[in-house]
Design a protein around this ligand. Structure first.
Ligand code: SF4
Ligand code: SF4
Length: 276
């Protein structure tokens, strides 16, 4: 994102809108500017603010005269009065910033809006996580913090050595050069994004060791790391993963229990019959 320096009147409204703190008012130029290294191309400023098309020279003059008279002329706080916030054409590798940071843009590798797949929410149908498996999501970054791909790679390469299997339809997996080593394309490693989710599964027996590894690596990363684990329940609604986590001293909360009522769509069932 860039700010059209000819149009900006330095009202400061966009500064508060940016979840990365990437916009500031340059005190010398008296214009807003975007720190391109910190901007994750989330489009919050571009899409989230209303725009007016006031004449910049007129607005600056009114603001200047107003300041002499100790009187302020400020636009409504959610408005860019001169439509100065300008999107730029994103080329590779910068375009990955938008794919992971703008929730309105579907990621081309999955067709899913945002950063991950449906994880195990549709496990009734996909059977990704089998009875002896544990499924994991490791989420990196948050507004104001973000994450760079080299930080994600620290985790994925460590996990790859633990006998895990990365989810194929996940956007981060699609950017790996080798899913056996967890290495990510070198040309995007320094790109910063709002957040990303790595998804993988392993055997139930391996789950505590994998969680220990996530904990160990997360401590070395200067970002936020949140972990989700999933397992299949028995007929009483219990599962072996929870027992293991308690035994190993992990604290956790059960977030969701899927009742198992999902069924494939008619189209998917037909496709399955044809493929069979
Ligand atoms: S809202 Fe528009 S005019 Fe105001 S500082 Fe930001 S870019 Fe400049
Ligand atoms: S696109 Fe997002 S990160 Fe970049 S300046 Fe706008 S709000 Fe900030």
């Amino acid at each position: 994102m860039i700010i059209d320096q000819k149009k900006c009147v330095a009202c400061g409204n966009c500064v508060a809108v940016c979840p990365m703190g990437a916009i500031h008012i340059d005190p010398v130029a008296k214009r807003a500017t975007v720190n391109q290294d910190e901007c994750v191309e989330c489009y919050t400023c571009f899409r989230g603010m209303s725009t007016e098309h006031l004449n910049p020279t007129m607005v600056r003059t009114i603001r200047k005269i107003g300041s002499w008279l100790r009187w302020r002329f400020d636009p409504e706080p959610d408005v860019c009065p001169t439509a100065a916030i300008t999107e730029q054409e994103l080329a590779w590798p910068r375009i990955v910033r938008r794919a992971f940071s703008d929730p309105v843009v579907p990621h081309e590798s999955t067709g899913v809006h945002g950063r991950g797949t449906e994880e195990v929410k549709t496990n009734d149908v996909t059977n990704r996580v089998g009875p002896d498996d544990a499924g994991f999501t490791v989420e990196f970054g948050r507004p104001t913090v973000g994450v760079r791909f080299w930080q994600i790679q620290e985790m994925t390469t460590a996990l790859a050595r633990m006998g895990i299997e990365f989810e194929k339809r996940n956007p981060v997996t699609s950017l790996m050069t080798d899913t056996k080593t967890g290495e990510i394309r070198s040309d995007i490693l320094n790109e910063k994004i709002l957040s990303a989710i790595v998804e993988f599964k392993t055997s139930l027996a391996n789950a505590p060791a994998v969680l220990q590894k996530v904990k160990e690596v997360a401590k070395t990363l200067d970002t936020v790391v949140a972990v989700g684990a999933a397992a299949r329940c028995d007929e009483q609604g219990e599962n072996r993963l929870e027992e293991m986590l308690i035994r190993e001293g992990f604290t956790f909360n059960r977030g969701k229990t899927n009742l198992g009522l999902g069924r494939p769509s008619v189209e998917a069932a037909k496709a399955h019959v044809h493929a069979g």
